[in-house]
Design a protein around this ligand. Sequence first.
Ligand code: NAD
Length: 429
Amino acid sequence: MTQPTTSKILSFLDPASPQPWASFIEQIDRVAPHLGKLGYWLETLKHPKRVLNVAIPIQLDDGTLAHFEGFRVHHNLSRGPGKGGVRFHPNVTMNEVMALSGWMTIKNAALNLPFGGAKGGVRVDPKSLSLAELERLTRRYTSEIGFLIGPNKDIPAPDVGTDEQTMAWIMDTYSVNHGATMTGVVTGKPISLGGSLGRREATGRGVFVAAREAGLLQGVAVKDARVVVQGFGNVGSITALCFANAGARIIALQDASGSVANPNGIDVAAAIAYVKAGGKLIDMQGVEVISTNDFWMLSSDFLVPAALEGQIDAELAERLDTKIIVEGANGPTLPEADDVLTRRGITVVPDVIANAGGVTVSYFEWVQDFSSFFWSEQEINGRLEKIMAAAFHDVAQLAVERKVSLRTAAFIIACTRILAARDRRGLYP
Ligand code: NAD
């Protein structure tokens, strides 16, 4: 059977700003030749199952009324309930949340977790609100998307600009509205509310495991490696710390405040403590402030983009001087840049594998909440190591067999699982 072609940009999206959804679609298109008969169903991944756009009115501390825009997207639920974070950032758009939800579908399937893909966001600068305003915003957002989420339907988690306190408010609001404490509605919660040991560090730890395994294959040792990390939040800071603890030198860091470098290695633990206490990376002692261009031009063994999507375009990819890029962030490399990096022999460990440690431990948290039986941190980290390393090597092996990039190999594995489920379930009616 042949399929009608459909436009790459859905009608309600702004054709003038196609990113990052267009990148996701391009990545899906690249898998098409590798799916055999399951390719019949591929088009379903180009259409999010459902999208929700909500208004979030809250009263500010000074009594004025403010409206914020919120989103929740279910991209694909063929293999299980939706799973994906909630982003609070001033530039969040429906297009971005759709792409992020699509990458969650792929990531969950690539790791063989029993989840579909979802994502949410609120267009807000969380730093501009007081704690009380942030709580009101989070609770109203939760109520507005309340009919979409639930322990068996869609389970949010932290992302950029949200943390375990945000998850606690979502869990409480949902529980109050349902008349029962339902810890399994979110992951990344505080330990005292059914959170999992090791969840906060899981994404960064997983990025490090993926980097280490890629290094083993490429003959790039972690010990004494020069590492550059963009983004120094949850993912970037823990990734940098894991590298430093393994004997690597973190020669440069960048966050929203700017870029800093030290060729002898930045004291990552001190940087984390400094930023946690409210300081800016660029004001830290023992580092030199450098320009954004100089940051990207540094020679390194591992480069870890761990901030936002769309950071590495084709032009930058031509100039990067690194051996292995490990995507801590979701979607940091544009498809055209992927092609340049492949041509230049620079390995890219794709987001859907590299940063999957967070959702993997989120899965452990969800399982623990359902059984009300909690595991030790050692058990969690041991299982995370095993799952991450195995997933990386499965992808690496397929990439060699099919002569494709690690990203396309990860998409082949994931799409095969998702579309096989779609095929078995069939269409209704
Ligand atoms: P975070 O809010 O904790 O940190 C974000 C960091 O990026 C901050 O240091 C911020 O200063 C920096 N940043 C923001 N804008 C920047 C810019 N223009 N240039 C340079 N730095 C900038 O967020 P996070 O949870 O660490 O998430 C980072 C990335 O990792 C996102 O792409 C997110 O989707 C992805 N991710 C997060 C998780 C998780 O468990 N938190 C899991 C998987 C993937």
